[in-house]
Write a protein that binds this ligand. Structure first.
Ligand code: TYD
Ligand code: MG
Length: 488
C-alpha cells in the first residue's frame, strides 16, 4: 500500500509544517495546526485541462522594461454600475476576483444577479452550496426572467437551452469537483465563471477534505491557471470567519488579483462592497446596495439614504462630509453623552474606531474643559457603515459637545475636518468635493479647517476657490472656536 503523505497546516494563515506545532511561527496563533492528507501526483503540476500532462516549465528570459509591450486590459463592463466602480471600470479579462463576506450577507444574490444580467455574455455559475431548483427559485425571485437568454440548467437535459442555443445567458452547474468543472467549461466555453463557493470545491489531486487549507489553495491555483491561460475572468465567493478572515487561508488573498469584501449589518438593508486589494484599479472604492425582497438594488446617491429625515433638530446629531474612495458622501454621526451610573464609564463606538473616539474625548477634555471622564459616551454612524476617514472627527466632536450640553446643532450645517491632539482643526483632502456635495444636498453651512483656505501656507493643490460656492463656508482653526461659534 502506498504511503499516505500528510502535512500540517495552520488553519489561519496556511503555514505548512512537517510536524504538529502548538504555535504557528508565521501568524503566532495557538492551536491552529491540523493534519491534512496531501498526495503530490509524482511531483507534477496538474494542468487545469486535466490531461495528466504537466505544465511545461518555460524558462523566462529577462526583458528590458521598455521592450515590454502593454495594451490596455480588456474589461467587461457589467450592467451593475456599483460593481464596475469597485472593480475600477469592469471585470478585467483573465482576472481572478475573490468576494468575501459573512454567511447570509448576500454574496450569492449579488453574483447570481450579475450572472443573470450580463448581456451577450455566456456565464457559468457553479454552485456547490445550493441545488439547481434553489438557484432557479432565487433567480425567479430576483428579476422576472427575460423570455430569451434566461437561466439554463446544465444538468437538466429535458429542458431545451434557451437563448438561441445558448449563445448567451446564464448556465447553472451544481458541481464541486474542479476536474468536472473544467470538463464542463471546455464543453460550454463560458466567458465568465462564478464559483459559489471556493470552500466547497475539491480537487482530486489532493486528498484532504473540501474547505481545508490545502484544498482551497489547490483549487484556487487550478482556477488561477485556467483564468490566466484562457483569459476568462473567474469570480470566487469565499466565506469569512467571525474574526474577519477569509475562512481559513489568508493565502487566497495573495493569489487572486482582486479581493472584494461584501459587508453590512444584517439588520440593516444596506450592503457595502469594498475593494480590499485590486491589481487593476484603486483599492479604496466602494459600492452601496440595498437588499430588497427582489434582490439587491444599486444605491447611486448614498447621501440621501444615510441622512435620516427629521422635523426638528436634536442634540447629539451632526452631519459630516466624508469621502469613500473618490466618492463624497454625507453621513449622520450621532453621540450620546450621559452620566455614568457606575464607577467605570462606558465607551462604545459603532462604525468608528474606539481608540480614535478616546482621543477625541481626551482632546475635548483637555482643550475645552469638558468633564467627560465620568460620562458614558456612545458614538454611532447611521446606516450601519464603517468610516475611517479622519475628516469626520470634527462632526463627531461637535456631536459629543452638542449631546453633553444638550443643545442641538442647527439644521443644514455640516462638518469636514480632522482634529489634532492640541485641538487644532487640520486640513482634509479633496475638500472641494465635500463642499460641492454638501451644497448639492441643500446644506447652508459647512465648517472646514482654516488651513484648507487659499491664504494659508498650503500646497497649491490643497487650495480652494471659495467664490464658486453659494454655501456658507466657515473656516475654523481650533475646536474652541467651533464651540463658541456653535453654542456662543
Ligand atoms: P445570500 O445571497 O444567500 O447570502 P450568502 O451567499 O452571502 O450567504 O443571501 C441571503 C440573504 O439575503 C437571506 O437572508 C435573504 C436575503 N434576501 C433578500 O432579502 N432578498 C432577496 O431577493 C434575496 C434573494 C435574498
Ligand atoms: Mg451563498
Amino acid at each position: 500500500m502506498a504511503k499516505v503523505k500528510t502535512s500540517y497546516f495552520c488553519q489561519s494563515c496556511g503555514y505548512e509544517s512537517a510536524k504538529w506545532l502548538g504555535k504557528c511561527p508565521s501568524c503566532q496563533q495557538w492551536n491552529t495546526f491540523v493534519e491534512e492528507i496531501i498526495e503530490k501526483p509524482n511531483a507534477s503540476i496538474p494542468d487545469w485541462k486535466n490531461t495528466g500532462s504537466t505544465t511545461q516549465q518555460r524558462a523566462n528570459k529577462a526583458i528590458a522594461v521598455h521592450d515590454i509591450t502593454v495594451h490596455e486590459e480588456q474589461r467587461y463592463v457589467t450592467p451593475d454600475a456599483e460593481f464596475n466602480r469597485v472593480l475600477g471600470g469592469g471585470i478585467v479579462a483573465g482576472s481572478l476576483i475573490l468576494i468575501g463576506g459573512e454567511p447570509g450577507i448576500g454574496k450569492s444574490t449579488l453574483m447570481l444577479q450579475l450572472a443573470l444580467n450580463m448581456p451577450k455574455l455566456k456565464v457559468l455559475y457553479v454552485s456547490g452550496e445550493e441545488s439547481e431548483k434553489q438557484i432557479k427559485m432565487r433567480a425567479e425571485r430576483l428579476s422576472p426572467l427575460p423570455p430569451k437568454g434566461g437561466v439554463n440548467l446544465q444538468n437538466e437535459t429535458s429542458t431545451p437551452p434557451l437563448g438561441g442555443g445558448g449563445a448567451s445567458g446564464c448556465f447553472i452547474l451544481t458541481e464541486t469537483s474542479t476536474q468536472n468543472i473544467f470538463k464542463q467549461i471546455e464543453q460550454l466555453e463560458p466567458e465568465l465563471v462564478v464559483i459559489d463557493s471556493i470552500q466547497t470545491l475539491y480537487s482530486s489531486h489532493i486528498e484532504s477534505t473540501p474547505g481545508s487549507v490545502s484544498q482551497v489553495r489547490e483549487c484556487t491555483a487550478e482556477l488561477l491557471r485556467f483564468a490566466k491561460e484562457s483569459g476568462t475572468p473567474v469570480i470566487l465567493i469565499g466565506h469569512i470567519t467571525k474574526d474577519g478572515m477569509i475562512a481559513g487561508p489568508k493565502i487566497l488573498e495573495h493569489m487572486v488579483d482582486t479581493v472584494l469584501q461584501f459587508e453590512g449589518d444584517r439588520h440593516h438593508v444596506y450592503r457595502i462592497l469594498r475593494a480590499v486589494k485590486n491589481r487593476f484599479g484603486s483599492a479604496s472604492e466602494l459600492g452601496i446596495y440595498e437588499m430588497l425582497g427582489v434582490g439587491l438594488r444599486e444605491v447611486s446617491n448614498p447621501s440621501e439614504i444615510l441622512l435620516s429625515q427629521r422635523d426638528e433638530p436634536l442634540s447629539g446629531i451632526t452631519i459630516s462630509a466624508t469621502l469613500e474612495g473618490m466618492r463624497p458622501m454625507l453621513i449622520e454621526t450621532q453621540a450620546l453623552v450621559s452620566t455614568s451610573p457606575y464607577g467605570t464609564p462606558q465607551r462604545s463606538a459603532t462604525g468608528f474606531d474606539t481608540r480614535r473616539m478616546n482621543m477625541l474625548l481626551a482632546v475635548l477634555e483637555k482643550r475645552c474643559g469638558f468633564r467627560l471622564g465620568a460620562k458614558d459616551v456612545f458614538l454611532n454612524i447611521t446606516g450601519g457603515i464603517r468610516v475611517e476617514d479622519p475628516a469626520i472627527d470634527l462632526g463627531l466632536a461637535a456631536a459629543i459637545i452638542s449631546s453633553h450640553e444638550d443643545m442641538p446643532i442647527p439644521f443644514k450645517t455640516c462638518f469636514a475636518g480632522e482634529l489634532g491632539l492640541s485641538g487644532e482643526i487640520r486640513a482634509v483632502n479633496r475638500v472641494e468635493q465635500r463642499i460641492a456635495e454638501a451644497q448639492k444636498l441643500g446644506f447652508e453651512k459647512i465648517f472646514i479647517s482654516k488651513y484648507n483656505l487659499p491664504n494659508a501656507k498650503q500646497d497649491k493643490h490643497q487650495r480652494i476657490d471659495l467664490s464658486r460656492y453659494t454655501i456658507e463656508i466657515i473656516p475654523v482653526a481650533s475646536i474652541e472656536e467651533v464651540f463658541s461659534l456653535l453654542f456662543g
